[in-house]
Design a protein around this ligand. Structure first.
Ligand code: FES
Length: 57
């Protein structure tokens, strides 16, 4: 069975990881123009947030 992890990067997006590989990056700064995905805007809009990790399975 695959291991799914959601890794919230410090000051960045939520990375969806399956078996250690990033398969998607979800915006959590609210500034992306391609929601729900990260387009890198968090680097320019001053987004600040703590890192976090959740294992889904
Ligand atoms: S987290 Fe990257 S654009 Fe929002």
């Amino acid at each position: 069975m695959s291991e799914v992890v959601i890794r919230s990067k410090e000051n960045g997006p939520n990375l969806v990881m399956v078996d250690g590989k990033v398969v998607q990056a979800w915006c959590r700064c609210g500034g992306s123009s391609v929601m729900p995905f990260c387009d890198g805007m968090h680097k320019r809009n001053g987004f600040k947030a703590q890192p976090r990790e959740v294992k889904v399975r």
